[in-house]
Design a protein around this ligand. Structure first.
Ligand SMILES: CC(C)(COP(=O)(O)OP(=O)(O)OC[C@H]1O[C@@H](n2cnc3c(N)ncnc32)[C@H](O)[C@@H]1OP(=O)(O)O)[C@@H](O)C(=O)NCCC(=O)NCCS
Length: 243
């Protein structure tokens, strides 16, 4: 259902750790994200030729053998209809008493009960970690954490799930001790840039040119502090959103 048709307050999401079996859904979100978010900005033939099969392989590899110091969080849609607005869909997994929940450390995971249903299909994801940009591009500042990728399926744009993933990613970076973060965004991707600016990200002036299969495009680097009390910081313990 397109975002515009979603009734406010009827869609809720769970943010959890990415798993290898999420790869196909992540690949679909990823490829469609490029095709919609970068339409008109990157060669149309290149975008049309992006392969979900190849992306699935890439994500399966990432999730099975994560690169050092990188983490993936995914958002899944809660399709429960009878108990929307209650808090009993997600249970904090303590690894001790919560029989029926999955122990993923301190994360929140969906549980099924008589009143609600949780689908486990990924509708968006974020990947964060230590920046792989050359240290020299940060001047005297220490290497920041990086928000490598943030993608949400178009039917879920404008629902708040992107913000939940963004905040979860930044919280992970802050927990890993990073005090600043960077990201790259395709020049002209107005929706993504508006989203990031609203969350305190500002361009630092660095531009890079990417080339892939004969297509080329420019990306702008944005940075922000990880003072999570400021712009866009997560609410303590927040892993679910009610748009
Ligand atoms: C970028 C993305 C994660 C943002 O999630 P979202 O749910 O669409 O974001 P929101 O609706 O909360 O915010 C989008 C902002 O852009 C604004 N916007 C929407 N269309 C716009 C346009 N054409 N031009 C400028 N601003 C636009 C919205 O009004 C909103 O601004 P606000 O927060 O001030 O109200 C999502 O759109 C996405 O996955 N896009 C495709 C993949 C992508 O481009 N990822 C980033 C790669 S670097």
């Amino acid at each position: 259902m397109p975002a515009a048709e979603r009734r406010p307050g009827t869609t809720r999401y769970v943010v959890r750790e990415g798993r290898p079996e999420d790869a196909p859904a992540m690949a679909e979100v990823h490829v469609r994200g490029w095709q919609t978010g970068c339409a008109g900005l990157i060669d149309a033939d290149h975008l049309a030729g992006l392969s979900i099969t190849q992306a699935t392989r890439r994500w399966a590899g990432h999730l099975a053998n994560p690169a050092p110091a990188t983490t993936v969080r995914v958002a899944t849609e809660d399709t429960g209809t009878e108990n929307v607005g209650t808090e009993n869909v997600a249970t904090e997994a303590t690894g001790t008493e919560n029989t029926g929940t999955e122990n993923v450390g301190t994360e929140y995971v969906g549980t099924e009960n008589a009143d609600t249903r949780v689908t486990d299909t990924v509708v968006g994801f974020v990947r964060v970690g230590r920046s792989i940009d050359p240290a020299s591009t940060f001047g005297n500042a220490p290497t920041p954490g990086e928000l490598f990728e943030l993608y949400v399926g178009q039917p879920h744009w404008g629902t708040g799930v992107a913000a939940a993933l963004h905040d979860a990613g930044l919280a992970l970076l802050a927990a890993d001790g990073f005090v600043t973060a960077s990201l790259w965004v395709v020049r002209g991707n107005a929706r993504a840039i508006a989203f990031y600016r609203r969350r305190g990200w500002v361009p630092d002036g660095l531009v890079r040119t990417q080339h892939e299969d004969g297509a080329g495009w420019e990306e702008l680097r944005f940075r922000r502090a990880l003072d999570l009390q400021g712009h866009g910081g997560p609410m303590p313990g927040a892993s679910r959103v009610a748009p």
